[in-house]
Design a protein around this ligand. Structure first.
Ligand code: 5GP
Length: 212
């Protein structure tokens, strides 16, 4: 029996440098019917980033306008910049049975839990140790020492929210953690909350019993 299914909203969160991007990239490459939610942000574009793919880069005025018009499913200030998730695209995908991955912080995740509880599954990735996290951040060569220090401080705050996530994984092995996240998504796809017309189907079965 092929019942229509709703999409999964999968949040993958971690302190920066704990492997979130690698895990997400891997998942997107191997899984069909899965796409990334593209956030809007007021932070400047980094080298190598593509507008509309990594983020929709917007002015503060545009951000405020979208927020005030109710066009954002959630929003937050992170590292002194504003970030938010446009609601329209996500809701359409979920109704069409397409799964969406979110790279958002704990503040955004809390808002998604308030607004879209039934659709949400959240995963928090931890680094195996802080020296390892620091080495990964330095190895990326993306940021200055000052920015790295700020990210580490922010990591501490992010970690305080570990208990708000459905799954908490220690990412000491990319292959294993990647496989765990794939299993989490696959299980979420078949959960009761995903089945859009289950009650209709059960009614039909009951009618068949009644008419025996
Ligand atoms: P970055 O500037 O390094 O791309 O992202 C910084 C942080 O902002 C990351 O922790 C990321 O998860 C978070 N972030 C990115 N987009 C959003 C969003 O739309 N909403 C929220 N709440 N956080 C976001």
């Amino acid at each position: 029996m092929d019942l229509t299914r709703r999409g999964v909203m999968l949040v993958i969160a971690s302190p920066s440098g704990a492997g979130k991007s690698s895990i997400t990239r891997r998942l997107l490459a191997e899984q069909e019917n899965l796409s990334m939610s593209v956030s809007i942000t007021t932070r400047p574009m980094r080298e190598g980033e593509v507008d509309g793919k990594d983020y929709h880069f917007v002015s503060i005025d545009k951000f405020n306008h979208m927020r005030d018009q109710g066009e954002l499913l959630e929003w937050a200030e992170v590292h002194s910049n504003f970030y938010g998730t446009p609601v329209a695209d996500v809701d359409q995908k979920i109704q069409n049975g397409q799964d969406v991955v979110f790279d958002i912080d704990y503040q955004g995740t809390q808002q998604l839990y308030e607004k879209r509880r039934d659709h949400l599954v959240s995963v928090f990735l931890l680094p195996p140790s802080i020296p390892e996290l620091k080495a990964r951040l330095q190895g990326r060569a993306l940021d200055t020492d000052e920015v790295i220090a700020r990210r580490l401080k922010n990591a501490r705050v992010e970690m305080e929210h570990w208990a708000e996530y459905d799954y908490v994984l220690i990412n000491d092995d990319l292959e294993k953690t990647g496989a765990d996240v794939t299993n989490i998504l696959k299980t979420a796809r078949i959960s009761r909350a995903r089945q859009a017309n289950l009650s209709g189907f059960i009614k039909e079965l009951q009618n068949q019993i009644d008419s025996l």
